[in-house]
Structure formats: C-alpha cells, structure tokens
Design a protein around this ligand. Structure first.
Ligand code: BTN
Length: 329
C-alpha cells in the first residue's frame, strides 16, 4: 500500500483542486510520487478528477471520520459508557468485521470499535457483499463481550437495529423503519445493514462482532453496483450529517440497548421494535434460502425476536427467511 494515498485523500476531501506541485510540497515528496499515489488511489476504486494546469480533486467534498472527533462526540454526553469504547479508525481495510473477529480472538477488549474510511471487501448477510466508497457511508464493527452464551443471543441483531433507528430519528430521519430481522429502510429502500458474527460457547461466555454499514451519500457508481433497492441519508435530509457525531451517538445508543439486552434479553425492547417495523400487520411473502416460501400477515415479534406470521396453517414462528412484499397478496 502506498503510504501517501490517504494523506493525499484527506487533503482532497475538501472537494477543491490541489495542484500536484502543492501536494508534493506539502508532503515533501516529488510530483511523480504524488502521481503514483493518485494512481494507487484510483486502483482502490476512488474516483479522482485530474485536470491539466489545475491539479486533482474528488468529485465532491466528503467528510471523513476522525477518531478525535468521534471521541469528542462520545465524551460530550458525559455518560459513563462514553469512556468505555476503544476506538480505531483505519484508513483502509478489507472488512472491519473480519479484522475485529481476528482481534477478538486475540483478546481485544470489550467495546472495541473499528471503523474504516474505506472498506474494500465488506461482508453482507447471506454471503452478499457490502459496497461502500470513500466518505459515502459509515462502515464499522463493535465488539461486545457477553456473559451470556451464544444460544441466548437470538434477538441481538434486532436490538442493534433498534439502536440504529433511535439514532436516525434523533438526527431527524423520522421515516427510517426496521425490516425484520435487521435491515433499516426508508420506504422500500435499504439504508443500513447489520451483520453479526459470534465467537465463544453456546453456554457462555461469548463475543459478538456487530458490523454496521450505513449509507450517507452513495455515489452513482456505487449505487449501480448494488443489486437491491438502496437509499442514503443525503437523499432524505436537507442538511449534511457529520459522520463523527453520527457514529458517536450510534455507539451511545448501542451501548444502552446492548446493556438492556444483556439484562432482559430482547423482551424488554420488543414493543418499541414492533412500533418501528415497516411491515407490521402487512401481507408478506417469506423467502427461505432453500427456495421455499410462505405467505401470511405479520402479527408481531416474539420475545426472542422470532417473527410471528398468520398463515393459512395458523400463526407460525419464523427465525429465518427474508420478507418480501412483492406478490404477497
Ligand atoms: C447486510 O447484508 O445487510 C449486512 C451488511 C453489513 C455491512 C457491515 S459494513 C461494516 C461491517 N464489516 C463488514 O464486512 N460488514 C459489516
């Protein structure tokens, strides 16, 4: 990896032109080194405009995460949990979940957070990938160690979704809703996704790596690579959200929800979750990985996070499957 890439990108984040000469002077390197770094950035999929006589610029200004600013957003709330996070903001990583799973195996502390400016091989649920571009979204993972065993963690991903929706509402995105089990939608379009990977025993203790991807401002090229309906915060809010404040608030909400989950399981969060469910009392189709499907009306969420659906055979409990509205009637 070329060491100049991210220092230069942080300079270009203002969206203005910077000449090769100025950049070279700033970092005490040659213009050829700057050019090489720009090539290396482009090979990471980052779009950079280069105009003879003016220099280089990003297609638009982006606000990049900064560790100190996230820490400040956490600390300004003067909550005891604010101090508890161990924060890392990496320039580039294949997957924050993969990295934190590895760190967890090597003893990383409870409430470690790894965020990335650029995640190149983000993992999604069901073997999908998660597409992100520089400054286009939040991509981070949080390690939470439980005394509970993995067997007691059903409903955890729903609890995490609730923390996301609470935070988005706090920032003015009242239209953000949940889709069982743990997508965040606006209308029918996906705004954020959650991938939880577990370590440890079924009986306990266990550790969860909670990965969250949240779209802030998707460039058209990234949108084009995503094979489902997606949206971003910028399409729904007139003001730009500061990603550092967003991550800080989200971590505080996660901490509060996860502590409640530890004490009461999902049961204590179920009523609030259901209020935000986009498909409550709707006719849906449930699609299963083996190709089977079930039709019915969503009745609610059980205390363990299972979806309750009134089918032709009566109310059934579902712990897996993907909800679809298409062809449900
Ligand atoms: C989904 O498919 O909806 C889940 C997407 C989860 C993506 C996030 S981005 C940060 C973290 N690291 C990953 O590799 N995946 C998760």
């Amino acid at each position: 990896m070329n060491n100049l890439v991210f220092p230069i990108l942080k300079l270009l984040a203002d969206g203005r032109f910077h000449s090769g000469e100025d950049i070279a002077r700033q970092f005490s390197v040659t213009r050829a080194s700057v050019w090489n770094a720009i090539q290396a950035a482009e090979s990471l999929g980052i779009e950079i405009f280069s105009v003879r006589g003016r220099g280089y610029r990003l297609p638009q200004a982006v606000q990049l995460l900064e560790k100190d600013a996230v820490q400040q957003a956490l600390g300004s709330n003067a909550l005891p949990q604010a101090q508890a996070f161990t924060l890392q903001v990496l320039d580039e990583i294949d997957s924050t979940n993969r990295y934190l799973m590895q760190q967890a195996g090597q003893g990383a502390p409870h409430a470690s957070v790894v965020a990335a400016l650029l995640q190149t091989q983000g993992r999604g649920r069901r073997g999908r990938s998660w597409q992100a571009a520089l400054g286009a979204g939040l991509t981070f993972s949080l390690l939470w160690r439980f005394q509970l065993g993995a067997a007691a963690l059903s409903g955890l991903s729903l609890a995490v979704g609730l923390a996301l929706v609470r935070t988005l509402h706090q920032f003015g995105l009242q239209s953000a809703r949940l889709k069982w089990p743990n997508d965040v939608l606006i209308g029918e379009r996906k705004l954020a996704g959650i991938l939880i990977e577990l370590q440890g025993d079924m009986e306990g203790p266990s550790a969860a790596v909670i990965g969250i991807g949240l779209n802030l401002q998707l460039p058209p090229a990234t949108r084009a690579r995503i094979d489902q309906l997606v949206t971003d915060i910028a399409s729904h809010l007139p003001v730009t959200i500061n990603p550092n404040e967003l991550l800080g608030q989200l971590l505080l909400q996660l901490s509060s929800v996860l502590q409640q989950f530890e004490q009461q399981g999902f049961a204590g969060l179920g009523a609030e979750w259901q209020r935000h469910h986009a498909y409550h009392l709707q006719q849906v189709r449930l699609l299963f990985p083996d190709g089977r499907e079930q039709h019915g009306e969503v009745q609610g969420i059980a205390d363990d996070g299972v979806l309750l659906v009134a089918t032709a055979q009566g109310v059934q409990r579902f712990s897996s499957g993907e909800i679809s509205l298409r062809g449900a009637h």
